[in-house]
Design a protein around this ligand. Structure first.
Ligand code: NAI
Length: 566
């Protein structure tokens, strides 16, 4: 039992009283409880006499936040606030979103995850252990929500957290971090979500040898037993909460794609690392296509680093080209993908399955200069292809060097360059260099955040390909229509929404992606387009007459509800 229920008028009824009530982060108002609430809810005498407004509480907590000496302690401070009083937490977070997003989400959440077992305070999610598969059912029961009370479940197995690898049970904090962004950006009701960690062990020796490690202490279970556990989780979660979007977060490459393929046509599900990444990159590309007035289907795209992100991005762009009228084969022909051996061509031995559709026919490069592997190097590809768009997902710092960039810039007026590798130290290029080498002509978006660059007397804002611009809106659009699936069309729609948003703003600035401070408006725009697409494609279970109104209505905003004793 959750001991509270949201009533149709938005107020909340609860059977809890006194300290028990103040222990619930969804009910607690702390010093903002009015005297009459204190009277009816058994709080008289349990708080100092003063009554504070939410604004005053935000001011006070911001001062406390500022006093924390480093990012990790700031994260711990905010997490404690989140676990104590969610309205206050989200009021603070949304007011200082630019400053606090990097603390509650990437990069600082990564540090918090590394310290999870030492800093454990309390749990707010569900912990599933592969050694007790029969407990999945009870874990969801104990969470205490009714079947229509949950919209979103974010689960991770903690194997590939951000760029820091396997952190086992600490992964629950990435599920939490993701949910925080869903709420802060798109108003997903924090009372209607569940973070889940699917603990199948860890391969990190330092955790296995740590007596304080809180997860299962054996190597990761893999293979059939792993998938059987995932199947069981999905079966229970979707049976108990049939309206919930099932989000997969930070699974290793080897599991992420098979899991998505297994479920994407059966349930309402989404993988941010694959689909969110593809969508935000596509958004940058669509904005670039608008700015350069060259349709996507005519762009010549070179991808440097054809791993899971590089090819995932190619697939998303290809889908969008197909929507513009190309066949999938024609669309694939617009790409030249490079990996360690050079250009991917069909005769290379080391081609991986997911790269194969993008390999060029070897005859195409008969007259090019060949490298040792019989393929062509990066510079040769740029010389021959004359790309309009260059995407980096290789983690090779500085790969987009002066020679490459100047060669590209010889052939196109506005070279579109997206060095997407993270962290900053792995970026294929630094925006300032790109602008300098191209006399300010390059259109840039990066994976890591970069400061604006002064160029020709103008401040150029560097858009960051941050998934946080897409996944919250995709979630909101899916939830408002109670969509049965998250379709490829809905993903493309999310990217189109951002490109349109950038266009509408007409700031005159050539930025390819929005600034963090616009995140709520962006999420709303994304949600609308995604919901429209869900309806158009026939996967919506709810079709509101006035979609805009419906989206605004379900967006939760941090303000204290009336709390009524029941
Ligand atoms: P991955 O390891 O699957 O892919 C990297 C690829 O680059 C591999 O195929 C590797 O062989 C290739 N590579 C390495 N050295 C190379 C070289 N010298 N020349 C050509 N190719 C080379 O990793 P994943 O997951 O694809 O991520 C790659 C990068 O993209 C990471 O830095 C990641 O943080 C970033 N990324 C950025 C996103 C964003 O901005 N929203 C989203 C997802 C990933």
């Amino acid at each position: 039992m959750r001991h509270f229920r949201v009533l149709p008028d938005g107020s909340v009824g609860t059977s809890l009283r006194g300290y028990q009530l103040m222990k619930s982060p969804f009910l607690n108002k702390s010093l903002a409880f009015t005297h009459s609430e204190r009277e009816t809810l058994g709080l008289t005498g349990l708080l100092p006499r003063a009554v504070m407004t939410l604004d005053q509480q935000v001011e006070l907590t911001y001062k406390q936040f500022e006093q924390q000496p480093n990012a990790l302690l700031k994260n711990i401070y905010l997490t404690a606030l989140h676990d104590r009083n969610q309205v206050l937490f989200y009021s603070l977070l949304t007011r200082y979103i630019e400053e606090m997003l990097p603390i509650v989400y990437t990069p600082t959440v990564g540090t918090a995850i590394q310290h999870y077992s030492q800093e454990f305070r309390r749990s707010l999610g569900i912990y599933l252990s592969i050694d007790q598969p029969e407990d999945i059912e009870r874990a969801f029961d104990h969470f205490g929500a009714d079947s229509d009370e949950i919209d979103l479940i974010v689960a991770t197995d903690g194997e590939r957290i951000l760029g820091i690898g396997d952190w086992g049970v600490g992964g629950i904090d990435i599920a939490n971090g993701k949910l925080v962004v869903y709420t802060a950006a798109a108003g997903i009701d924090p009372r209607r979500v569940i973070p889940v960690v699917i603990d199948v062990g860890t391969d990190r020796d330092s955790l296995l040898n740590d007596p304080l490690y809180l997860g299962i202490k054996h190597k990761r279970v893999r293979g059939e037993a792993y998938y059987a556990f995932i199947d069981r989780y999905v079966e229970v979660a979707t049976r108990k909460f049939p309206h919930a979007l099932i989000h997969w977060e930070d699974f290793a490459q080897s599991h992420a794609r098979p899991i998505l393929e297994r479920y994407k046509n059966k349930i309402c599900t989404f993988n941010d690392d694959i689909q969110g990444t593809g969508a935000i990159s596509l958004a940058a590309v669509l904005t670039a296509a608008r700015l350069t007035k060259m349709p996507l289907s005519e762009q010549r795209i070179v991808i440097f680093g054809s791993g899971s992100a590089g090819i995932g991005i190619a697939e998303q762009i290809r889908d969008a080209m197909v929507r513009e009228g190309l066949t999938p084969k024609q669309a694939q022909k617009r790409f030249w993908c490079i990996d360690r051996p050079g250009l991917l061509i069909d005769t290379l031995d080391e081609l991986r399955d997911f790269q194969r559709p993008y390999a060029r026919a070897h005859e195409e490069i008969d007259h090019w200069t060949h490298n040792k592997q019989g393929s062509a190097d990066f510079l040769e590809v740029v010389k021959q292809v004359k790309p309009t768009l260059l995407i980096g997902a290789s983690t090779v710092a500085g790969a987009f060097n002066e020679v490459i960039v100047k060669e590209m810039a010889k052939h196109v007026k506005h070279p579109v360059i997206l060095p997407l590798s993270n962290p900053t130290s792995a970026s294929e290029a630094v925006p300032e260099d790109l602008l300098r080498w191209t006399e300010g002509r390059a259109l840039i978006a990066t994976g890591s955040p970069f400061d604006p660059v002064s160029m020709n007397g103008q401040k150029v804002i560097i858009g960051q390909a941050n998934n946080a611009f897409v996944f919250p809106g995709i979630g909101l659009g899916t939830i408002v229509t109670r969509a049965l699936r998250v379709t490829d069309g809905m993903l493309v729609a999310s990217a189109e929404a951002i490109a349109e948003f950038m266009d509408q703003k007409k700031t005159g600035s050539p930025s390819l992606l929005p600034e963090v401070k616009a995140i709520t408006n962006v999420s709303k725009a994304v949600a609308l387009k995604v919901a429209e697409k869900a309806i158009e494609e026939g996967v919506a279970r709810i079709m509101p007459d006035d979609l805009e109104k419906a989206v605004s209505k379900i967006m939760w905003t941090p303000s204290y509800p009336n709390i009524r004793p029941v």
